[in-house]
Design a binder for this molecule. Sequence first.
Ligand code: FES
Length: 234
Amino acid sequence: MLKIHLKIQRFNPEKDSKPWWGEYDLEAEETDRVLEALHNVKWYQDGTLALRRSCAHGICGSDAMRINGRNALACKVLVKEAGPKITVQPMLGLTVIKDLIVDMEPFFESYRKVMPYLVNDEDPGERERLQSPEERARFEDTTKCILCAACTTSCPSFWATSDYVGPAAIVQAHRFIYDSRDKAGAERLEIMADKTGVWRCRTAFNCVEACPRGIEVTRAINEVKLAVTMGRVP
Ligand code: FES
């Protein structure tokens, strides 16, 4: 068993005037992830600790948080890699509702803004709309996004200007702009060209480091910048 010391940023707006650190000592298995350590605290030491999680397998994206100063999914970080002293904080740039839970609504507002769905009113005919493997490959990487917000909330431009749609929304825009079946590319490029859009990216690369799915976020953003500059998908 590993002995670990967990320092968790706590804040209950109904009781606390400012955030404070909760400190917890516990034992963990070699194979435990930070999520299990947080469960240990919540279930056996302090039931008031608030966090989001669902799948526990890196799919739902609900447990993104700052672990030792870097955004990650708690269910994907092994305690033995993060420990023996682990600091856990809520993601930056979004309002804390309680402890590790942030208000995701501004994030999803930006997501909705880029029209994250296929637009094509043409009759698909007798068969589905086919694509070549090369056409599919153009947006393969950006289909992997799980909307955890780890990229957007690690971005200094997003911290500085909260009206910036952020990397995750641009990744979603890329997924449809580069889809040969989609017909709303011009509209999305206009949204991306807005002052809240793609030009707010300063290529800090924090998003690439934060993405738990290994998406080449900055590359996708640069491809959207290129399409905006050309007025079409190159
Ligand atoms: S709990 Fe679903 S991604 Fe971690």
